[in-house]
Design a protein around this ligand. Sequence first.
Ligand SMILES: [Zn+2]
Ligand SMILES: [Zn+2]
Length: 187
Amino acid sequence: MFTPYVFQDESLGQDSDAKNEHIDYWRDSLSSKQRLRFALKKILESKVNHALAITAEHKTILRPLLLKPYWVKDQLVPSILKWERHEHYTGVARYLFTPKDNEEACTKCATTDNYGPFAECVAGGRGVHMGACFNCYYKSEGKCCSLRIGMLLSFLPSSFFIVILALVTTLFRLGLLLYWYFSLSSR
Ligand SMILES: [Zn+2]
Ligand SMILES: [Zn+2]
């Protein structure tokens, strides 16, 4: 199950390595390989097609599965991965296997303390969830990700803004015309 997957030039290990792993890694201190095995097992045993397609296509894990810690009262606790919605599985698969396209973190990841689960804000560019980062995608908030919005806006000027400008100019002319018409007729 894990043998084909590679992290930092090493295989993730034999199935037997994970046989008796009951990994609850936000409580136990596990090696990065054990965390990856845990997540991969979840995905491979799931029926989430999108996540399975990613693990079928890619074999090289690009980053450790580090979760974002946040403050609860005065304790720093790591995020917990959920495995409920499709986005949870696909988000984790994306996070592990997608080359990072963004230089800066999106506004949510950068400013919201309890916004995770992933420690790093990673987005895969326009072709992957339309540029949304995987934290936003995981939380089903991809549409609101500032990286995705920024990417959409950068494509608008050529067509969209010209149309808006033409519309505003036309309305302005129409306004002048009406003003002229009414000021004449009221004499
Ligand atoms: Zn982000
Ligand atoms: Zn985002």
